[in-house]
Design a protein around this ligand. Structure first.
Ligand code: ADP
Ligand code: ASP
Ligand code: MG
Length: 467
């Protein structure tokens, strides 16, 4: 029986949190003798590492040194609390100091070159997880549990897409089995870095921000795990982001499809790529709270379970742009959509939502705000002939918009949902700019002004609670 448990940044963010994490691991030992632990960097560390690296690239020789100082303080403080006496604490301090030293020399190199490549950024940001797993494994040993820290560079083999690497599952399966299984069979708790991997040449890559959830799913698949548990700082997947909607409630069961839609449309509680490896391998997935392990959390199941209420949750992504291609000459002309999205794909941007008016006189789609300029100029180039002869009148972008998405498999076949949503928003004076419904009818997304996002979420949440 193999259990993969992932602990997020807050769950390993302080000495107290690491103690709780260790308690959870130890309390589950008898039921789950083979445990693979995936850990994130301590909370705030990855952000700091990014900040130091990018500031060095812009010629700032001060910030990265401050970052290094903060990293030392943060980690050494926790070591002194968790391992106050003995050699283990000293050895660990020396080890982590080496990682931070190396980070500083990379920052120095970036400062001199004035250039930060995605590959260098991955090397620099990977040290957060490398440090946290060593800390956790040392503490588990201190508690009398044999444990080993392992860098996922030895396990997760990826392609060369730095900052968004894709795992090569065949190689990953072979490496993970060979490296982890003998340790697991000996009863060693393996503590593996989330977020990172390495390409076939052994160069470190990262899976993208928030990618430790994905690491857990990848190793769950590679090791044919019986279950994957994601431990975080909330009671499970909730009806809305509890930071924005304090009345949000925990959802006890959600289907893979529902949680996939939620994750894709901004619910940070789970990285969107986590779902596929677990659903394809039929691995039960749980989301639980490290700070309230007695609560049952959220179970992700194959199919929609019985639910009262059709709308289950609301989520939002802010800071987007809505790009509109419009023109009377587009009416019925084949190939405009294909060319539009072909041009967008060349900018290497993924589109979050697409909507087309039935008259075919306009196509609009939402993209991250920072991509707007590139996309609009790419489209102007693609359609320069059509723009010249006025088949396309204009290509514009409405900036500062958000997508608010409602999710719930029970919406399928339930009439009147859209009407209820629109009146709830209308009652609060929220203007809907565009709408799209997922073909599975498991989600409806609405584009609203950035400034209306919180109001829209609250209005929809009131519907969820009252249904
Ligand atoms: P971790 O470091 O454990 O991976 P994250 O910060 O990445 O944790 O994700 C957990 C956070 O996700 C929560 O603190 C919460 O603010 C946010 N969140 C957003 N939407 C939801 C939701 N629908 N349910 C639960 N949490 C959500
Ligand atoms: N530490 C990484 C990040 O902050 C990965 C993770 O926490 O999932 O993005
Ligand atoms: Mg996360």
């Amino acid at each position: 029986m193999t259990l993969v448990m992932k602990f997020g940044g807050t769950s390993v963010g302080s000495a107290k949190a690491i103690q709780r994490t260790a308690n959870i691991i130890l309390n589950n030992r008898s039921e789950w003798p083979q445990q693979v632990i995936i850990a994130s960097a301590m909370s705030g560390v990855t952000d700091l590492l990014f900040e130091g690296a990018t500031s060095a690239a812009s010629g700032d020789a001060v910030t990265y040194r401050e970052v290094a100082k903060k990293l030392r303080q943060k980690h050494f403080q926790v070591i002194s609390e968790l391992l106050p006496t003995g050699d283990e604490g000293q050895q660990l301090t020396a080890q982590l100091d080496k990682f931070i030293e190396r980070y500083e020399s990379l920052c120095k190199a970036v400062l001199v070159l004035g250039e930060l490549t995605p590959r260098a950024l991955d090397a620099m940001t990977s040290i957060g997880e490398r440090m946290s797993v060593r800390l956790i494994a040392s503490y588990l040993r201190h508690r009398g549990q044999s444990a080993q820290a392992i860098d996922a560079t030895e396990l997760i083999v990826t392609d060369d897409t730095f900052q968004g690497a894709v795992p090569l599952m065949d190689n990953t399966t072979v490496c993970s089995e060979a490296r982890l299984r003998p340790l697991l069979e000996e009863g060693v708790v393996t503590v593996v870095t989330g977020f990172i991997g390495a390409n076939e040449k052994g160069v470190v890559t990262t899976l993208g921000r928030g990618g430790s959830d994905y690491s857990a799913a990848i190793l769950g698949q590679a090791l044919h795990a019986d279950e994957v548990w994601i431990w975080t700082d909330v009671d499970g997947v909730m009806t809305a982001d509890p930071r924005l909607v304090p009345e949000a409630q925990t959802i006890s069961t959600l289907s893979y499809r529902e949680v996939a839609e939620l994750a894709f449309y901004g619910a940070k509680v789970l990285h969107p790529k986590t779902i596929r490896p677990v659903v394809e391998n039929n691995i039960p997935l749980w989301i639980k709270n490290t700070f309230h392990p007695e609560k049952s959390g959220t179970e992700i199941v194959q199919e929609r379970s019985e639910s009262n209420g059709d709308i289950k949750a609301v989520t939002a992504i802010r800071n987007l742009s809505l790009v509109v291609v419009e023109g009377k000459g587009m009416l019925g002309v084949p190939g405009i959509a294909a060319r539009t999205f072909g041009a967008v794909a060349r900018s290497n941007i993924s589109v979050l939502l697409i909507s087309q008016a039935s008259s075919e006189q306009s196509i609009c789609f939402a993209v991250p705000a920072q991509a707007t300029k590139d996309i609009v100029s790419g489209l102007e180039l693609e359609f320069r002939r059509e723009l010249m002869c006025r088949d396309i009148d204009r290509i514009t972008a409405q900036e500062r918009v958000a997508i608010v998405t409602v999710v719930g498999a029970g919406m399928r076949g339930t009439p009147g949902i859209a009407g209820r949503l629109f009146s709830a928003l209308g009652d609060r004076q929220v203007n809907i700019i565009a709408i799209a419904q997922g073909s599975s009818e498991c989600s409806i997304s609405m584009v609203v002004d950035n400034l209306d996002t919180a109001e829209a979420e609250k209005a929809i949440h009131a519907l969820i609670i009252s249904s």
